[in-house]
Design a protein around this ligand. Structure first.
Ligand code: DX5
Ligand code: ZN
Length: 220
């Protein structure tokens, strides 16, 4: 399983966004962009105009993480602004299957996100609909928080389940991922690492990404 790294621009230099992205552009598999509404999470970030501006300048796929209530009201604007992957939280919608299908029908790769304490059983009837799942490893809302170790079991359980059911599933993790926690989550079965402070807060972002990519998952 090849490890992919998606730097989270929440920790990029806001006043020098282009420069920050250029630092990681060559080594990243996609850019992770957090959309916060101040309701679902106690913080605000940015909107579709930033996604559009980045899309215009860079060739990297854009992985857009909606942390908003009523995500169905927001998906169109992010599809139009150029998201390549578009994900919402299972906690925020009554009709996740419908929303996943809607996004896919618009030629964007959908993903579903679970907060740390949300059970994997919420995915029971959705794994046939989605091949990309984001497991939060902090409570969403801010960059630079500490990784929650209890999430390791959840990652392991989901990977085991996917393997057992023969599902080719990409498992992303988001929150507190640095070189130390990266090796733990990869060992548990995550294959896409989202990292903000771990990359942009380091002296050498390129080196962090390259090191993360050398990690390997040993099937049990
Ligand atoms: C947190 C966001 C993350 C954030 C991660 O709510 O969803 O994408 O940027 O930041 P770090 O890697 O610094 O924990
Ligand atoms: Zn995120």
């Amino acid at each position: 399983m090849k490890i992919q790294v998606f730097p989270s621009i929440l920790s990029a230099d806001l006043l020098n966004m282009e420069k920050s992205i250029k630092l990681v552009e060559e080594y990243s598999d996609a850019l992770h962009i957090d959309i916060m509404d101040g309701h679902f999470v106690p913080n605000l970030s940015y909107g579709p105009s930033l996604v559009k501006a980045i899309k215009k300048k860079f060739n990297l796929p854009l992985n857009v993480h909606l942390m908003v209530e009523k995500p169905e009201l927001f998906v169109d604007m992010f599809i139009e602004s150029g998201a390549d992957h578009l994900g919402f939280h299972i906690e925020n919608t009554y009709h996740p299957q419908r929303l996943l299908k809607y996004i896919r029908d618009h030629k964007v790769r959908p993903f579903i996100t679970l907060n740390p304490s949300t059970s994997l059983s919420t995915l029971d009837y959705l794994l046939g609909e989605v091949d990309l799942v984001l497991l939060m490893t902090v409570n969403p809302g801010y960059g630079g928080q500490e990784f929650l170790p209890f999430c390791l079991k959840k990652i392991r359980d989901l990977r085991e389940r996917a393997t057992k059911e023969g599902i080719n599933l990409d498992i992303m993790v988001d929150g507190g991922i640095d070189l130390k926690t990266a090796s733990l989550v990869v060992e548990a079965g995550a294959n896409i690492l989202i990292s903000g402070q771990g990359i942009f807060g380091s002296e050498d972002p390129k080196n962090v990404i390259l090191k993360m990519k050398t990690l390997t998952y040993k099937e049990v």
